[in-house]
Design a protein around this ligand. Structure first.
Ligand SMILES: [Zn+2]
Length: 447
């Protein structure tokens, strides 16, 4: 959706500005001139001209438009309200920033609010309205491209579209989402953190969907009406939260958070990340430390905290006590990269451990396996943090001035516990380990 300064202004709380046209006018955001000036200075580049506003932060909408964030906000709302009705939730939606990103569309197109908010399943025709520019649809309706449907199954409808710029492959898939060979993608599974609540189809998808809707065959329409909404099912915020067991409907019709939903809120975790971690715990065979790291890395990849697998091997080597310089040189990475991924992994591993404990309490069948993962996560967090094997824990955690390298030297010289080191004469320690005498005195802790 193209950025309009008016929509920002409305987002800020519905304000008008003297000298602008009357769209979005008639409300006052700022209580007085000072407030208005403050808003202009902080949010717009050209605050003091008569031209339409130019926002200072380009990602103002895109940042607020993340589907992920919306799911989190709705879950948080339900959590805070304890018991909330659907009508109240609708009211809440109308106060969110997301509302403003689709409000313009709403006024032009007649889309029922339940469908728009993805509370009820949305029809293919309304999906087209919501995610395509009206003018474009009109033009495409007149200038017909050649379209060929090449696949129609219960879960997929796809085909080719021939334009002046070449042939494109477009696809609606229940599992993979919507894709086009031009690069457009609104997937269901991976890289979810960039998915937007309001987005625009590429021309090819728009033309293809228009074509699908207009095929008169009733039987064919049954497929379309089933597949197309499912291919955007992650957009249904409430449906998603219900389906993933984050919220529950009570007998009296109100909605409340499930235990898992509450846990997600308390952890400050994106619902989608929490669901992914739970899925991995329930489905992936997590048996070794490496497995935990790999799964945690996948979560980071979904959150787009990392782009590729370049840092996976280095972090595994770090945990196995490979010298830092060797790792950096071998993989041609910077120390900063490694430390950033290290911090992020620690965070995810902590969540894995906590969610594993939760699952061990709520699902007896996997309780034993979950307890094991929880224990592994606890250990692994320390390994990732210090870059050490488990046998060095006592030395690193309990001695001053001892990190991974010195701990290894001490250990290899026969000092396996902090107690043993502390009882040693610094001069003997110095002779046995080669560590400097002043350092040995500090480590032992005697003056
Ligand atoms: Zn395309």
């Amino acid at each position: 959706m193209p950025f309009s300064a008016n929509s920002v202004f409305q987002m800020l709380g519905r304000a008008g500005r003297p000298g602008l046209d009357s769209e979005g006018f008639g409300y006052l955001l700022a209580k007085n001139v000072d407030e208005r000036d403050w808003i202009e200075d902080h949010y717009f580049q050209n605050a003091h001209t008569i031209e339409p506003y130019v926002p200072k932060y380009n990602d103002l909408i895109s940042g607020l438009n993340k589907l992920n964030t919306l799911k989190e906000q709705v879950l948080l709302r339900i959590y805070e309200e304890k018991n909330i009705t659907l009508d109240k939730l609708k009211e809440f939606f109308q106060k969110t920033y997301f509302w403003f990103s689709i409000k313009d569309k709403m006024s032009k197109e007649q889309i029922p609010i339940d469908q728009l908010l993805m509370i009820k399943e949305i029809t293919p025709a309304n999906i087209l309205k919501l995610h395509s520019d009206t003018e474009k649809v009109k033009k495409l309706g007149v200038r017909r491209y050649q379209i060929k449907i090449t696949k129609l199954t219960k879960s997929n409808v796809s085909g080719y579209i021939k334009t002046d710029f070449g042939v494109f492959f477009t696809e609606f898939d229940v599992d993979m989402g919507i894709r086009c060979s031009c690069g457009f993608e609104n997937g269901l599974s991976n890289n979810y953190s960039n998915e937007q609540f309001s987005f625009e189809f590429c021309d090819h998808i728009t033309a293809f969907l228009l074509h699908l809707i207009e095929i008169p065959d009733k039987n064919f329409q049954k497929y379309v009406e089933d597949i197309v909404p499912k291919s955007v099912k992650n957009q249904y915020v409430l449906n998603y939260l219900f389906e993933k067991g984050l919220i529950i409907k009570r007998d009296n019709g109100t909605i409340k958070c499930s235990q898992f939903g509450k846990l997600i809120i308390r952890l400050y975790l994106y619902p989608v990340s929490g669901v992914l971690i739970r899925y991995k715990l329930e489905n992936a065979a997590i048996e070794t430390y490496q497995d935990v790291i790999k799964e945690a890395y996948e979560v980071l990849k979904s959150e787009i905290k990392v782009r590729d697998y370049k840092l996976l091997q280095p972090i595994l080597e770090w945990c196995d006590e490979e010298p830092l310089d060797d790792i950096l040189e071998r993989h041609k990475i910077m120390a900063g990269d490694l430390y950033t991924i290290k911090d992020n992994l620690e965070r995810i591993i902590t969540f894995i451990g906590i969610i594993a404990v939760h699952l061990s309490e709520s699902d007896r069948d996997i309780a034993e396996a979950m307890v094991k993962v929880a224990e592994m996560s606890k250990t692994l967090k320390i390994r990732v943090h210090y870059g050490i094997s488990e046998e060095l824990f006592d030395l690193v955690l309990r001695l001053d001035n001892v990190a991974r390298i010195r701990a290894r030297i001490l250990y290899n010289a026969g000092y396996h516990t902090a107690t043993k080191v502390r009882r040693e004469n610094p001069y003997v320690l110095n002779r046995k380990t080669g560590l400097g005498i002043n350092l040995c005195k500090k480590i032992v802790g005697k003056k």
